[in-house]
Design a binder for this molecule. Structure first.
Ligand SMILES: NC(=O)c1ccc[n+]([C@@H]2O[C@H](COP(=O)([O-])OP(=O)(O)OC[C@H]3O[C@@H](n4cnc5c(N)ncnc54)[C@H](OP(=O)(O)O)[C@@H]3O)[C@@H](O)[C@H]2O)c1
Length: 261
């Protein structure tokens, strides 16, 4: 798929991987970028940066946990800037904690953004893409959507679920010429992981590398876009020797001592 001339809506665009994808899409000639997050100032700053490289970005302030707000936002975005060709579901949060100590509020927040928010916007956007018989949906999962890791139970659960959704939707939407792909970054140097304890041996990559891998994957027509050799090795090991892969992930996981159990 050619990106030049298209209109794309990117969630989680205020920081990290979403921001890097917005900039890379602008460099690729995406004509209109609808950049979505909660932080208005960061979105305005990004829109200015995009205009300096010749792109056109429209900030959209929206909290993906609020389904009503999401549905209204999609209707308005489509009316004012549509048709929209590409949706990149990048917004996400991760709370690193032992599952038995996880606070129900944090657990619901993770599921609310990573899963319910993603499902709500995807449903609303996909209905319109189906009508126009054309579209691309990119769901940002994670290597942790293939290899679940201690201290990241709820996060891994949401990222596994995103891969299931992607696979099912690919079949449902293919007759309408709407492509559904998954992006699976491994550890990436963003705000999300700065406070986290890292896994042993994993070398962080930059958000720019992830954005470039996404563009390459889209152009090559891939349905699952793994980023970097570490992810390739890990998923290969998991396919060939699943019990060894699981032991390695357990060993690599950071030690977090239980406090209240
Ligand atoms: N970093 C990694 O190592 C890594 C690895 C694999 C996969 N990923 C995935 O990549 C995606 C981006 O992660 P990142 O590392 O770039 O994280 P990040 O730097 O923390 O950025 C998260 C983005 O999500 C937005 N967001 C959070 N809650 C939201 C809400 N309720 N409504 C709307 N937007 C919301 C944030 O914007 P506001 O706060 O302004 O709303 C921000 O733009 C996530 O899906 C993550 O799971 C990350």
């Amino acid at each position: 798929m050619e990106l030049a001339g298209k209109t794309a809506l990117i969630t989680g665009a205020s920081r990290g991987i979403g921001r890097a994808i917005a900039l890379e899409f602008a460099r690729q000639g995406v004509q209109q970028l609808l950049i979505l997050a909660r932080s208005q100032d960061a979105l305005i700053e990004l829109a200015q940066e995009i205009s300096t490289i010749g792109g056109n970005a429209i900030p959209i302030v929206c909290d993906l946990r609020d389904s009503e707000q999401v549905n209204i936002m999609v209707a308005q975005a489509w009316r004012d800037h549509g048709p929209i060709d590409i949706l990149v579901n990048c917004a996400g949060i991760a709370h690193q904690q032992l599952f038995l100590e996880s606070h129900p509020r944090k657990l619901q927040e993770e599921i609310g953004v990573n899963l319910i928010g993603l499902l709500t916007i995807t449903r609303s956007m996909a209905r319109r893409m189906v009508k126009q018989k054309q579209g691309l949906i990119v769901n940002v999962s994670s290597l942790m959507g293939k290899l679940a890791a201690p201290t990241m139970a709820t996060y891994s659960a949401t990222k596994f679920a995103i891969l299931g959704l992607t696979q099912a939707l690919r079949g449902e939407l293919q007759p309408y010429n709407v492509r559904v792909v998954a992006l699976l970054p491994s550890l990436t140097d963003t705000d999300m992981v700065r406070e986290q304890k890292h896994f042993r041996w994993v070398i962080p990559q930059s958000a720019e590398v992830v954005a470039k891998a996404l563009v390459r994957g889209i152009k090559r027509g891939k349905s699952e876009i793994m980023v970097g050799w570490q992810s390739q090795m890990a998923t290969l090991l998991q396919r060939l020797l699943p019990s060894i892969a699981e032991k390695l992930v357990h060993f690599a996981a950071p030690e977090i001592m239980p406090e209240a159990i």
